[in-house]
Design a protein around this ligand. Structure first.
Ligand SMILES: [Zn+2]
Length: 93
């Protein structure tokens, strides 16, 4: 591999090997794929949150990025319902 510019010589960037039309294998540097979005309370994967890069995420409307409810995109539905139930019970006492 030839020397590339210093900013690309890091492992925080993904290396993708592509064959050019000339038959030569070239390295393309791409942004890393993001991990699965998880619930901040129980760690379960969240539903309704797309696993996209920032550039792709920018093309979506806000309602397509996370569930439209309090703590949507942060807590899973089970944890939120438990949180609300506990808060209501605390009010009752
Ligand atoms: Zn949860």
């Amino acid at each position: 591999m030839h020397m590339v510019r210093p900013g690309l010589r890091v492992r925080s960037i993904r290396r993708v090997y592509r064959r050019a039309p000339s038959g030569r294998v070239v390295i393309h540097f791409e942004e890393k794929r993001p991990g699965k979005p998880i619930c901040s309370n129980c760690g379960k994967p969240l539903g309704g949150v797309p696993k996209l890069k920032h550039v792709e995420l920018r093309k979506l409307s806000k309602s397509k990025k996370r569930p439209n409810r309090p703590y949507g995109g942060t807590l899973c539905s089970t944890c939120l319902s438990r949180l609300i139930t506990r808060a209501v019970l605390r009010e009752a006492h």
